[in-house]
Design a binder for this molecule. Structure first.
Ligand code: SAH
Length: 458
């Protein structure tokens, strides 16, 4: 390990793996690095159950929920920029950084700038999926070799000569992978498995034969792995990980409550109310002063309009603004409010964001940028470089709301409400609770609020 003291001026970077999802699969070394971090840049696949445990400035670099994402070059530069400011930076990646993780490209840049770093391995998705679905990757007499492959891009699919094949990045290319495997001579009866959301509360495993999977229309949803090989015969429906699942609302640490019988998932139930309301009211009241309104994702649109109404304004107050969106979901969300974006940018080509902005004369203007409490530095830079004065406006809390909206109640057996506020916030995200879910409450106030909002329990 390189000594920190030698390099205090230049900062220090940890390129660390976060494992496949279960927060307890972080290594002790990664935990220590995260505790020391000034800045954490994290990916799509890093769950909020992991990221919420640590302080520091957290910068999301993925494209979950179609929000704006960084291109790899921008991420590399962002890592270097913070390190050159003397910060301790953790670049946290799903699984292992060197397994389809582009960790190699990131160290190239660090080497170029002479920034010191170290690499902390993580449990790769294949190992997580294997353990949590009880499908061994090798087994005496059945499989003596295993290969990790990728289903993306489709024109580069390889089928190595190994007994067990594990394909990453297959959500949109399962059929192409299976075709390639058949072409290589594997029979249609070969056992295959799809493991979705491995090691998480919503893990789902499908097993069958290669032929059966080929006939399935939509075979996998991201993140998912495709495993091929006769070891899949070891799979059983009810394995050690098939526990009942309880949602624990509020801020309690779910690990304290998990047991061999229950897997506890935390659901903080926080709301936008924690955003800075005074600033919100001021900016929204003066929205007409901004000639440009820029929505970086659909959440920004949704929560901006919630507040617009709340502070007694409506779309007519935006009549003189040039309205920009980033990504199709943001543009579609905007249409719900009767507005067609003047400039709808596509996030897959951030390199030409500047060109498009220039074409629309979005230069030297006052720009209001609604978004989360974490400002998207990349976008700020692009806009500022064109001489614009950008005012970021926090309309929702980063991560939490995106995450909370996507908790999948289908997997849940019980919900525990720790306070009446949690019930209220929960009800603003979910109108009903599926009948099969048992609900428990902490006290009589919480119970009363639950009955008021969801009706009496039978
Ligand atoms: N570096 C990562 C892989 C990144 S590539 C690792 O070592 O695991 C992204 C792909 O990883 C996804 O498309 C999916 O195929 C796989 N993946 C990551 N997390 C997963 C999970 N929890 N369940 C299933 N597949 C996962």
């Amino acid at each position: 390990m390189k000594k920190k003291s030698d390099t205090a001026k230049k900062g220090y970077v940890f390129i660390a793996g976060a494992g496949p999802g279960d927060p307890e699969l972080l290594t002790l070394k990664a935990v220590r690095a995260l505790q020391d971090a000034d800045v954490i840049l994290y990916d799509d696949l890093v769950t909020s159950a992991i990221i919420d445990q640590f302080g520091g400035l957290k910068i999301y670099t993925g494209k979950r929920k179609d929000s704006h994402h960084f291109e790899q070059d921008a991420i590399n530069e962002e890592i270097a920029r913070h390190a050159l400011e003397g910060k301790t930076v953790v670049r946290l990646k799903g699984g292992d950084p060197f397994v389809f993780g582009r960790g190699g490209e990131e160290i190239d840049v660090l080497r170029k700038y002479g920034i010191d770093y170290e690499i902390i391995p993580g449990i790769t998705a294949a190992h997580g999926a294997s353990a949590y679905s009880e499908i061994p990757l090798t087994m005496r007499k059945v499989s003596s070799s295993v290969a990790f492959c990728t289903g993306h891009p489709v024109n580069k699919i390889q089928v190595p000569d190994a007994d067990t094949l594990v394909y990453y990045m297959v959500a949109s290319s399962v059929h192409e992978v299976l075709d390639a495997v058949v072409k290589k001579g594997r029979p249609e009866e070969t056992k295959v498995a799809i493991v979705q959301n491995a090691t998480r509360y919503n893990q789902r495993v499908w097993t069958g034969t290669l032929g059966e999977l080929r006939r399935k229309e939509r075979a996998a949803y991201s993140p998912a792995l495709l495993i091929i090989g006769e070891n899949i015969n070891q799979f059983i429906e009810n394995n050690w990980f098939s526990r009942k699942k309880k949602v624990l609302t509020g801020d309690a640490d779910p690990r304290r409550y998990s047991s061999r019988e229950w897997l506890v998932v935390n659901f903080p139930c926080r709301r936008v109310d924690e955003a800075d309301r005074d600033r919100l009211e001021e900016s929204i009241s003066n929205v007409a002063d901004y000639p440009v309104l820029f929505f970086p994702n659909r959440f920004a649109v949704k929560y901006f309009f919630t507040y617009l109404m709340e502070f007694n304004r409506d779309v007519r107050h935006l009549a003189n603004c040039t309205i920009c969106t980033l990504g199709r979901p943001a543009a579609t969300e905007l249409q719900k409010y009767g507005i067609i974006a003047d400039l709808a940018l596509e996030p897959d080509s951030p390199s030409d964001i500047a060109i498009r902005l220039k074409e629309r004369a979005i230069t030297g203007k006052k720009v209001l940028l609604p978004g989360s409490n974490l400002v998207d530095g990349y976008l700020m830079n692009e806009l500022s470089a064109l001489g614009n004065t950008v005012t970021p406006l926090s309309v929702y809390l980063h991560g939490q709301q995106e995450q909370e909206e996507s908790i999948d109640l289908e997997f849940i057996d019980e919900i525990f409400f720790s306070s009446s506020t949690c019930v209220k916030n929960f009800s603003s995200l979910y109108r009903t609770i599926p009948a099969g879910i048992t609900v428990t409450t902490a006290d009589s106030d919480t119970e009363r609020e639950y009955c008021r909002l969801f009706g009496k329990r039978t």
